[in-house]
Design a protein around this ligand. Structure first.
Ligand SMILES: [Zn+2]
Length: 244
């Protein structure tokens, strides 16, 4: 649940979640665990390692940012730059280096039902999520590497220079992709699913991640994430070839 909920809305939400037969602690994603910091820190990474667009056409109002150059880990998926939405820089001292990517994990946001798909509203939601992760998990940045909004846009989250904070005890070398919405209570849009498949395909190809190392959050830990409808999609997608 989000920090911006006051007590009244939190109680209402919990009642609603219980009414659906969901344990409220299982609804959210990356909800209560701390970032898996260790004492080993790599502070030598200072470059912003990716950006840019491939065949994905950004809307005109988003074409004013510049790719920040290549690095050892980059993924060209036409993501909207972190600088377009984040109100503060990452905190490197709270993060470990990602180093390499050997697995991919798909999440939902798991908060209130998302009906908006505008750039402005999505940007505000991402900033809210970032702040929540910093305070709840003592994270150095938003926990996910990419977020896919309801219109099917990709947003840059945490830099691929850094290990994410999205699956307790399984963050190492794990690319975190969050699809915006609560898929216990709504369905992903077709645009989201198409983009998700494209991003997973691109990442698998770029980093040689086997299909069997594409997970959903609930497959790695006790959570409802990524929600029933997105879970069904992912199970199907791994067998029908669209992630190949
Ligand atoms: Zn999750």
């Amino acid at each position: 649940m989000e920090r911006w909920m006051n007590d009244q809305s939190r109680r209402t939400f919990v009642k609603y979640a219980l009414g659906l037969g969901l344990a409220p602690t299982l609804v959210g994603c990356a909800s209560s665990h701390r970032a898996d910091r260790t004492t080993t820190r790599d502070t030598t990474i200072t470059s912003r390692p990716y950006g840019g667009v491939d065949d994905f056409q950004l809307p005109p109002e988003l074409r004013d940012w510049e790719p920040s150059g290549g690095g050892p880990l980059s993924l060209n998926v036409g993501a909207i730059s972190r600088s377009r939405w984040a109100k503060a820089d990452p905190i490197p001292a709270r993060m470990n280096a990602l180093g390499s990517i050997t697995r991919i994990t798909v999440h939902h946001e798991g908060s209130s039902v998302v009906t908006f798909d505008s750039v402005a509203q999505t940007a505000r939601r991402l900033e809210s999520i970032r702040k929540g992760h910093l305070s709840r998990m003592t994270a150095g940045d938003i926990g996910y590497h990419f977020v896919i909004d309801r219109a099917g846009r990709v947003w840059e989250g945490r830099s691929l220079a850094y290990q994410g904070a999205h699956v307790k005890n399984h963050n190492r070398h794990n690319l975190g992709i969050m699809v915006l919405g609560n898929f216990e209570r709504q369905a992903p849009t077709e645009a989201q699913l198409q983009t998700l498949a494209r991003v997973v395909r691109t990442a698998r190809s770029r980093f040689d991640v086997p299909l069997g190392a594409v997970y959903t959050h609930r497959e790695l830990g006790p959570t409802a994430c990524p929600g029933a409808s997105l879970q069904r999609f992912m199970v199907s997608a791994r067998s029908n070839g669209i992630l190949a």
